[in-house]
Design a binder for this molecule. Structure first.
Ligand code: ZN
Length: 103
């Protein structure tokens, strides 16, 4: 049986989805193909973007997040945002990144 994911109350075949990595400011900054043999869980997605768990943990603390979206939404809504310049206030993003006080 093919893997499915529930997105907005609908069961979507995972192979029709992508994992999107969002920056703290709200811009999409990365994408990874979902599906069997690809990225299945959110944990897998973090591993896809970060070799080391502590790098992923740090990114999470900085406000980066992963979201599973459909190819349709990716193409219509998110891909254009990735190629466009960041419309968010840069100081907000800096503030979000600044919440990390080393460790
Ligand atoms: Zn932005």
């Amino acid at each position: 049986m093919a893997l499915h994911a529930e997105i907005d109350g609908q069961m979507i075949p995972l192979r029709k989805c992508d994992w999107v990595k969002w920056a703290p400011c709200g811009c999409p900054v990365g994408v990874s193909v979902a599906g069997e043999g690809f990225v299945v869980t959110e944990d897998d997605a973090w591993k896809e973007f970060y070799d080391r768990k502590r790098d992923a943990d740090r990114a999470r603390r900085q406000g980066y997040r992963m979201e599973l979206v459909t190819h349709a939404r990716w193409g219509a809504e998110i891909m254009p945002q990735m190629t466009a310049p960041c419309p968010h206030d840069a100081t907000e993003a800096a503030k979000a990144a600044g919440t990390e006080n080393g460790s």
